[in-house]
Structure formats: structure tokens, C-alpha cells
Design a protein around this ligand. Structure first.
Ligand SMILES: Cc1cc2nc3c(=O)[nH]c(=O)nc-3n(C[C@H](O)[C@H](O)[C@H](O)COP(=O)(O)OP(=O)(O)OC[C@H]3O[C@@H](n4cnc5c(N)ncnc54)[C@H](O)[C@@H]3O)c2cc1C
Ligand code: SF4
Ligand code: SF4
Length: 453
């Protein structure tokens, strides 16, 4: 199929696996070195004419009407009923999870209460290349799903199970996966009926594992790097360290805190220079079409909570009811959150909402982005800071991450970008001194002073 071929040729595949739904025979997914993702082998495959791929076209308006009966959300957060900050009351679940253990706790609640028989989500296997979709039917197996996989996970292992299931199921995924499932539901009444609920994660994008390995070079020799068996991203305290797993041991290495400013700049380089291209043209950071959306409470009053928690956007009555029932049964703790807190916690939200700016600028960088029909009110194009953010981001994609860029370009460019977006001259000079003195960045964890809901 020509359009899917373009997706792959233009390096826009996010390895969601959903094209397998539309293919006559089971698709094979091969690991591609360049993008470090599993991509479909589409030669000689017959696809249904309705084939939807989230890297070809994204219609926010159509999907909005389908899910909420309205085309334009009033809030930049999308449609919602209530906003919370919360976490699982099961300490074990909370601590092993990415950010409060809500996903796992909700899934447990759904299975225990027989709201659903099946959960479709992802698991870390014992090798990063095999992080993949998984179907779970027993609450005790849910420990397999805890944690965020930033290098991407391929869902092709579960697409046909979703296609053929006769049971009620919950689906957990990133915004593009929630969208891909919803596009199926638009044409498939059986799946629409069986899919009891969708839980969407906020998503900043997929990062190549080699990017993280570049960061870890600060801590390990090339020989040791080769011996890494698995990498987990969110070991406590929140926001989480790397858990680097070898054959018989594991070690924790800092990510966003507990390390020097220059190391954090290196971490930013690792992510920004190695982000999946399609993710740079993504209009949806907050899983607009999920029943419940969850994400990290970055850099707000919640960030000193070492055990972690997530912001919760309940988008539908069903999502709200489930969360409130869980609170009544003391499965979760909930606190009211404000729109502003959630908006402030997502640095790239504005860039995503005003995606037509990225699409417009992409042409100057000779990219072929997906076609996007965005909400009307975010169609405005020119905003200086937005343009600059996008230009920095696209320059990085175009530069690549070869030897010369890594050695001579990455640090100066990342530091210039970091300081460029400081809002006041005071914060500019404070950060500049932090960089020059290479100060250690620490979070003073303490008991939060938030009021119980
Ligand atoms: C790739 C990625 C990017 C993210 N970006 C942001 C962001 O920019 N801002 C923000 O606030 N939050 C982001 N999050 C969400 C955040 O990290 C937490 O997942 C969320 O707060 C839920 O935490 P939890 O403790 O309830 O999850 P857990 O209880 O630990 O459950 C995690 C769930 O996420 C699923 N999952 C993990 N990795 C993937 C993947 N690659 N694809 C599909 N499903 C996956 C797991 O299977 C599991 O169901 C991101 C998550 C991922 C996976
Ligand atoms: S549907 Fe998903 S896996 Fe298939 S080509 Fe598109 S992005 Fe890649
Ligand atoms: S940024 Fe968008 S396209 Fe990329 S993985 Fe996240 S939801 Fe999918």
C-alpha cells in the first residue's frame, strides 16, 4: 500500500502495530536499525481500503465528534469532566509504577469488579527490543505492566486478539494508539461494544534507546553498555532514575534529578536529538480521546512527593464514575487539580496544540509530515516562541546524531536552547550560573501540603 510505504520511507512509523488490523494476513514486524523500532513488512500484503495509520492522517475534529459529540473542546486540555492528582493506595503498586500506579490499580479494579475480562496494554520483556503489547486476564499478572517504556513498544502482538475477542476489554495506550483504536471503533460495532474503557497516557514522544545509551556513557564503559540486558526508566524516588539491568545485578542512575546540571543537559540532548520524527508532528499530548488520561505532575507542587502520583483527566462520565468508585473503595487517593497545574506541567503542550506551525515549518526542513485536521481554534500559526521551539527541534532532527554533532554541536545548541526560553532575565542568569558552575540538581522530598479531596 502506497501510503504505508511512504510512512515507512519517511521514517514516520511509531510501531503502533495497528496496520495489522487491516491486513489480510498477519503482518511481520522487523526491527529497523535507523528508527530503532519494529516496523511492518508490507510488500505483497493486501490491506483493507479503510486502513488507518496514525502517521498518515489524523482528524482531531472527526474523532472529537465521535467521542464527545462536539468538535471543539473549550479547554486546551481537551474535553473533560473533572481533574485530579492521585495515586494508588497500594504502596507496592505505587512504588513500582511510573507515576503513582494508577494504571495498574484501575486495571485491577476493572478485573476485580468484572467490568472487563481482558486488559490490552504493554510489557517490558527481558530485552528492550521485545517491549510489546500484551493481553492480561488476571489481576495478579498486572505487575508485568508497571513502568513507562520510552523507547517504544510494538502492539502488533495484540491487534488480532482485539480483532477477534468476544469479551469486554480495557485498552491502555499512548494518544496515537488510542486514536488508532477509535478509528477502528468507528467502523466496527463489535469492537466499539466490547471496548468498555480506554486509558490514555500523556505522551512526550518515543526516544531511541541509543539516545539513552549515549547518556549512560557518562556512567559506563562501551563494554559495560553492551552488557545491558534491560533498561527501566522510572525507579523511585519520583520522577525516577534509570534502572540498568545486567545479567545478575542492576544499578540505578539519575535521570532528571540527583545529578549535575550538565548531566541533565546531556539527558536533554539524548532525548531531543533522538526523538521519533512522527512524534514531532503529534497534535495530541494528552490522549484526547481516552475515557481517562494520566500523566506526570512535572515541576509543580506535587514533584516533591517521592512515591509519585499522576494527574488524572476524566474525560467521560464512565471514566469519572470508575475513578470515583475506586476512591469510595479506598483503592486510590484523589486530590482536586486545576487546569493551570496540568497545563504548566506539560512543557510541549502548546507546540502540540498549535501543530499546524510544525507542519508549516516542516516543509522548510524538507519533511513530509502526516495530514492533520486540527481543532479550529488552534489553527493560528505564528507565535515567536513557538516557532523558535519548533525550529530548534527540527534542526536537531535534520542534524542527526553522528560523531561530529555529538562531539561539537549538541552541547552548545542544547545550552543555547535551554537558556533561550527562560522567561525573565533573572531566571536566565540563575540558570546560566547553574550551567557554568555545573551545580547538582536536587529535589527536596517532603510530605505534600495538598488538601485531601
Ligand atoms: C512513551 C511515554 C511518554 C510519556 N510522556 C509523558 C509526558 O510527556 N508527560 C507526562 O506527564 N506523562 C508522560 N507519560 C506518562 C507517565 O510516564 C505515566 O505513564 C503516567 O503518569 C501513568 O503512570 P502510572 O504510575 O499510573 O503507570 P503504571 O501503573 O506504571 O502503568 C504504566 C502503563 O503504561 C503502559 N506503557 C508503558 N510504556 C508504554 C508505551 N511505550 N506504549 C504504550 N503503553 C505503555 C504500561 O503497559 C502500563 O499499562 C509518558 C508515558 C510513556 C509510556
Ligand atoms: S499503523 Fe502504526 S505500525 Fe503500521 S505503519 Fe502506521 S505507524 Fe507504523
Ligand atoms: S508523541 Fe504522539 S505519535 Fe509519538 S508516541 Fe506519543 S502519541 Fe504517538
Amino acid at each position: 500500500m502506497e501510503k504505508l510505504r511512504n510512512v515507512i520511507d519517511n521514517k514516520l512509523c511509531v510501531s503502533c502495530g495497528f496496520c495489522d488490523f487491516y491486513s489480510k494476513k498477519k503482518l511481520e514486524f522487523n526491527f529497523r536499525k535507523e528508527t530503532e523500532l519494529f516496523e511492518p513488512k508490507i510488500d505483497d500484503v493486501n490491506f483493507d481500503y479503510k486502513t488507518f495509520c496514525p502517521s498518515i492522517n489524523i482528524d482531531m475534529v472527526k474523532n472529537s465528534i465521535f467521542k464527545f459529540n462536539k468538535s471543539e473542546p473549550k479547554s486546551i486540555l481537551g474535553f473533560y469532566k473533572k481533574l485530579y492528582y492521585g495515586f494508588s493506595n497500594n504502596t507496592k503498586t505505587r512504588v513500582v509504577s511510573a507515576s503513582g500506579g494508577l494504571v495498574q490499580e484501575i486495571c485491577k479494579f476493572l478485573l476485580d469488579g468484572k467490568f472487563v475480562d481482558e486488559i490490552y496494554t504493554t510489557t517490558h520483556s527481558n530485552h528492550y527490543k521485545k517491549s510489546r503489547g500484551i493481553k492480561l486476564t488476571k489481576a495478579q499478572n498486572l505487575t508485568k505492566i508497571s513502568g513507562s517504556i520510552y523507547h517504544g513498544a510494538n502492539y502488533s502482538s495484540i491487534i488480532r486478539k482485539i480483532k477477534n475477542t468476544k469479551k469486554r476489554f480495557a485498552f491502555i495506550g499512548l494518544p496515537c494508539q488510542i486514536l488508532a483504536l477509535q478509528e477502528i471503533k468507528m467502523h466496527n460495532k463489535k469492537i466499539l461494544k466490547n471496548n468498555f474503557i480506554t486509558i490514555g497516557l500523556f505522551c512526550g514522544g518515543l526516544i531511541k534507546l541509543s539516545g539513552y545509551k549515549y547518556y549512560l556513557k557518562k556512567f559506563y564503559s562501551p563494554e559495560m553498555l553492551k552488557k545491558i540486558k534491560n533498561l527501566r526508566y522510572r525507579e523511585k524516588p519520583w520522577p525516577g532514575s534509570f534502572r540498568v539491568e545486567f545479567n545478575k545485578k542492576f544499578e540505578l542512575k539519575p535521570r532528571l534529578a540527583g545529578t549535575s546540571r550538565l548531566n541533565i543537559i546531556r539527558y536533554m540532548i539524548a532525548e531531543h536529538f533522538n526523538k521519533n520524527l512522527r512524534c514531532k508532528f503529534c497534535p495530541d499530548q494528552l490522549s484526547d480521546f481516552a475515557d481517562i488520561s494520566l500523566g506526570d505532575p512535572h515541576f509543580s507542587k506535587y514533584s516533591n512527593n517521592a512515591e509519585g502520583g499522576s494527574f488524572i483527566i476524566t474525560r467521560t462520565i464512565k471514566g469519572l464514575k470508575i475513578i470515583n468508585k475506586m476512591q469510595k473503595k479506598l483503592r486510590v487517593s484523589l486530590f482536586n487539580a486545576s487546569e493551570k497545574e496540568i497545563i504548566d506541567s506539560q512543557a510541549t503542550l502548546k507546540t502540540r496544540r498549535y501543530i499546524s506551525s510544525s507542519i508549516f515549518l516542516s516543509k522548510f526542513f524538507l519533511y513530509n509530515p502526516p495530514k492533520i485536521k486540527n481543532y479550529k481554534k488552534y489553527n493560528k500559526r505564528f507565535m515567536f516562541d513557538l516557532y523558535m521551539r519548533i525550529i530548534f527541534s527540527l534542526i536537531k532532527s535534520r542534524l542527526g546524531f553522528g560523531f561530529f554533532v555529538r562531539k561539537f554541536v549538541a552541547y552548545p545548541l542544547q545550552i543555547v536552547e535551554y537558556l533561550f526560553f527562560m522567561k525573565t532575565s533573572k531566571s536566565f542568569f540563575r540558570k546560566l550560573f547553574e550551567v557554568i558552575l555545573n551545580k547538582k540538581v536536587i529535589i527536596n522530598y517532603k510530605k505534600s501540603e495538598i488538601n485531601h479531596h
